[in-house]
Design a binder for this molecule. Structure first.
Ligand SMILES: *Cc1c(COP(=O)(O)O)cnc(C)c1O
Length: 356
């Protein structure tokens, strides 16, 4: 047994896919499965496909390549804007990319012609979250120019909320996207096949019955991997939050004070802490630290335990209320998105798929 490990339950991922698909079904909205939180690992992506997903998307070309090798027939989307220096690889591996820069669209066009391919593009519009996308007023001109590029198929437009600014997708701002699409469609005499509404922050609109018409695609990562929408992080109906569980071992368990002794300066990460004196507690030191997972991303599965803090290689827990736990015990955590991303990316965390 090599700990820490992240235990991955493919059945639960499949269950979450089905929960998301049944939310989207009444709207006829296509769900694209986002694989970036698990580095595009084909075994896990395969569970998304088994659950009924038909298109996969990842932010990194390296992951898209991995997916391409494993699933030659599946439609793949590159989520992060393609880099000018990676136009050739983008055309080679991805069927669809999200774009906002004309120079890059020109480069993709040249490459698509060179490779004898038709590459599908979605133009991203920034409706206020201030990450990627052109401003609404500039969309018409970009559409006109893009339509003239050979080798590219303008599939439609898209947006992204709740990433940088934390702007919540609502009926209002998504109707703005749909309205903008219709205005530009009329002006250009071209119909967009896809209006890609966003990420897991859109899921509450589905269960509130509020998704704007014409939004016919959502790109869903967290809703599938952690079974939650991302506005208030509620678990979706029919989904489970524990498809990924982190497990770590207790190295030391001793009764100690809660108030450090001596002059308090900065910790290993330049932070100064306030300590609350809770008297003597049974403190467990686990063999998992910030180099494995950010402690903010961990959720204790046992509600009797509490996290005191973490350093590079250690996590310190209050085990007082769980007297059966001691040296050698294994403690389990559910993960928030930051925890999942950190643990999946850390080379120190073993990834183990749970056998049925
Ligand atoms: C990561 C990402 C998503 C998926 O976000 P979740 O909140 O995990 O659903 C969707 N679209 C883009 C452009 C992304 O980068």
């Amino acid at each position: 047994m090599a700990l820490p490990e992240i235990l991955i339950d493919l059945h639960k991922i499949k269950q979450n896919v089905q929960a998301v698909l049944s939310l989207a079904k009444p709207y006829g909205t296509e769900v694209v499965g986002v694989t970036k939180s698990f580095l595009g690992e084909p075994e896990i992506a395969g569970a998304m496909l088994a659950g009924g997903i038909n298109m996969l998307a990842d932010a990194r070309l390296a992951n898209v390549k991995k997916l391409r090798q494993a699933f030659p027939q599946i439609t793949l989307m590159l989520l992060r804007l393609p880099a000018l220096s990676q136009a050739a690889e983008t055309i080679a591996c991805a069927d669809i990319s999200l774009n906002s820069e004309f120079r890059i669209l020109q480069a993709l066009s040249r490459e698509a012609i060179k490779q004898g391919k038709q590459h599908r593009v979605i133009l991203m519009v920034d409706l206020g979250d201030l990450r990627e996308g052109i401003l609404p007023d500039d969309l018409f001109a970009l559409v006109e120019k893009t339509l003239k590029l050979d080798g590219l198929i303008l599939e439609g437009i898209g947006t992204n909320f709740a990433c940088y600014g934390g702007v919540i997708p609502t009926t209002e701002n998504l109707s703005e996207l749909a309205g903008l699409a219709e205005k530009v469609e009329q002006a250009c005499g071209y119909r967009f096949a896809v209006i890609s509404g966003g990420n897991s922050a859109n899921l509450p609109l589905l269960f509130n019955g509020e998704l704007a018409l014409r939004i016919n695609q959502l790109r869903i990562g967290e809703g599938i991997v952690l079974g939650r929408e991302t506005v208030t992080r509620r678990v979706l109906p029919g989904a489970v939050p524990d498809a990924f569980v982190l497990r770590a071992e207790v190295l030391e368990c001793q009764v100690k004070p809660t108030q450090p002794k001596g002059l308090i300066g900065q910790d290993a990460f330049g932070q100064t802490h306030q300590f609350c004196d809770e008297g003597l507690r049974r403190r467990g030191i686990l063999a998992v630290g910030r180099q494995d997972v950010p402690p903010e991303g961990l959720i204790l599965r046992d509600s009797r335990l509490k996290i005191f803090g973490a350093s590079s290689d250690h996590l310190i827990l209050d085990l007082t209320e769980a007297p059966e736990l001691g040296v050698g015990s294994v403690v389990e955590f559910d993960l928030r998105y930051s925890g999942l991303l950190g643990a999946m990316t850390s080379p120190y965390v073993k990834k183990r798929v749970k056998l049925a």
